[in-house]
Design a binder for this molecule. Structure first.
Ligand code: AMP
Length: 492
């Protein structure tokens, strides 16, 4: 059987050399299928998740195609739209790597940094313009940019753009581009809004689907720890135990709210863990700085909001912890996809409280197999109680449960609920861990906590071996109290 290689895909020899220098010998499935199409100038619809090697599947043919021709001032020859600044910066890095044998001018237009430098780059003429939609339109409106020379358009992570409310911006940008161009379009999922974009802006695209959308990689070992009615301080304690019990080289720890990212970061630091924080309220320089420190190993633990869930390529993350179960099951897929990248093995552990059991059912559905619970698994009664609690909350608050953002559909609710969720988060002021600990009940006395036993010491693997359940996971789960006695109600 032929072993697939990068030769014969239609890439130029200079690009092939750069790939060889990167150490890659075998194209990933998306690369093997998309590159031969993209080099010919046809449109591509790639349904692929991050971690599949999709960045190279569009950068390599683009560099090949851009070998001929020159950029003119303020008229970029190609445009790549990415949903987040980090993703855009990552794509720029890919051009540096794969374009090492070329002299391409690459301009990165992202928010949070000054316009001046970006304008200078545009003036010099960009072969490749990588941008987030908002900043691109800002430059356009300032009259610094003409998009009529764009020969190749890439839209990366389109479903993420949808989640972030960027679709009107994308439509506006597409209307500024020449109709005769190549479009390479990537999305992990294909909801109807995305299909509509494809139908409007692509011409007879070749559809390439490499992995079923919203499925978790088989190389990731997933475990779940049921915390019953656990308070946040108890979850922080459990997290520390989990980290200590496993051979965690480095980890991203996801929280649902920015406020909790700040609390967790401070708590981890206070307990001697080498940690950093990443969330959307931080300015761009600190975000990039923290990410770089995490990449280089200067920081071992990254407490993060979902801003870090998609697309970030941090090779070799040994563990992902979900301090909270994400509000939508596809966010779970993206979060745990930060580990086990490019065929490596990874571990993901999720702390689950009783309120989060509904979404757990959806995650089980995605995985297509029973979840691996460490310690006490939730019972049918717990699932029933979770449903009842939700109904009680609804009853108490009228029609809708406005205390929590919508967890509704498997896509995480409507765009509007996503945006509402975002703005709810934006309003949250970070509070200090001291505040949090003050409000919390005193931590369980160390003496009451089961001591770690010898089995724990022999738990060096990166994974979560079911044969060696640490003692702390054998603790009794605190479950809801039974409803108040009838007699009392009668007395009232
Ligand atoms: P992406 O899906 O583009 O974010 O890529 C995921 C990871 O796979 C990145 O670390 C890439 O550097 C790596 N990668 C891309 N192509 C290959 C390949 N052909 N062989 C091995 N690793 C690759």
């Amino acid at each position: 059987m032929d072993i697939p290689s990068f030769t014969g895909l239609g890439l130029s020899s200079k690009v092939e050399d750069a790939v060889t220098a990167s150490g890659y010998t075998t194209p990933t499935p998306i690369q093997a299928q998309a590159i031969p199409v993209a080099v010919t100038g046809l449109d591509v619809l790639g349904i692929a998740q991050t971690g599949t090697g999709k960045t190279a599947s569009f950068t390599l043919p683009m560099i090949t195609r851009l070998e001929t021709g020159r950029a003119r001032a303020r008229m970029p020859r190609s445009l790549i739209l990415a949903p987040t600044r980090e993703l855009a910066a990552q794509v720029a890095q890919a051009f540096e790597k794969y374009g090492a044998n070329h002299r391409l001018n690459v301009a990165l237009l992202i928010g949070g940094v000054s316009f001046d430098e970006q304008e200078k780059k545009l003036d010099r003429g960009a072969d490749v313009l990588i941008a987030t939609p908002g900043r691109l339109l800002d430059h356009f409106q300032r009259g610094k940019l003409l998009l009529t020379g764009v020969e190749i358009l890439v839209i990366d992570e389109a479903d993420r753009m949808l989640d972030m409310g960027f679709i009107p911006d994308i439509e506006k940008i597409c209307s500024l581009l020449p109709p005769r161009r190549q479009t390479l379009f990537f999305s992990a999922t294909m909801p109807p809004e995305i299909q509509r974009l494809v139908d409007t802006f692509l011409k007879n695209p070749v559809k390439i689907e490499v992995a079923k959308p919203a499925t978790t990689a088989k190389t990731i070992e997933q475990t779940f720890c049921f915390c019953g009615e656990g308070e946040d301080w108890e979850k922080r304690e459990l997290l520390r135990e989990l980290i200590r019990a496993h051979n965690v080289k480095n980890a991203i720890i996801f929280c649902n709210r920015k406020r909790d990212v700040s609390i967790l970061f401070k708590s981890l630091t206070k307990h001697g863990f080498n940690a950093g924080a990443l969330h959307g309220d931080m300015d761009q320089t600190s975000r990039m700085d923290t990410l770089e420190k995490f990449r280089s190993g200067e920081i071992t633990f990254l407490a993060a909001s979902d801003v870090a869930a998609r697309g970030l390529d941090i090779p070799d993350v040994s563990h992902v912890f979900n301090f909270d179960v994400p509000w939508a099951s596809d966010d779970y897929v993206h979060r745990i996809g930060r580990t086990g990248r490019a065929g490596r093995e990874g571990c993901a552990a999720t702390l689950v409280t009783i309120d989060e059991l509904k979404i757990i059912k959806e995650i089980e559905g995605i995985n297509g197999e029973a979840l691996n619970w460490q310690g006490d698994a939730p019972t049918e009664q717990d699932f029933e109680e979770a449903g009842k609690k939700k109904r009680r909350r609804r009853g108490a608050k009228g029609q809708s449960d406005s205390s929590r953002p919508s967890r509704g559909t498997s896509r995480g609710g409507s765009n509007r609920s996503r945006q509402r969720r975002q703005s709810e988060n934006d309003n949250e002021q970070p509070i200090t861990v001291d505040d949090a600990e003050r409000h919390a009940k005193p931590a369980r006395a160390a003496s009451k906590r089961p001591k770690r036993n010898a089995a724990d010491a022999e738990f060096p693997s990166g994974g979560f071996s079911p044969d060696a359940i640490p003692a702390f996971l054998q603790r009794p789960v605190r479950r809801p109290k039974p409803p108040a006695k009838r007699a009392k109600v009668v007395n009232e």
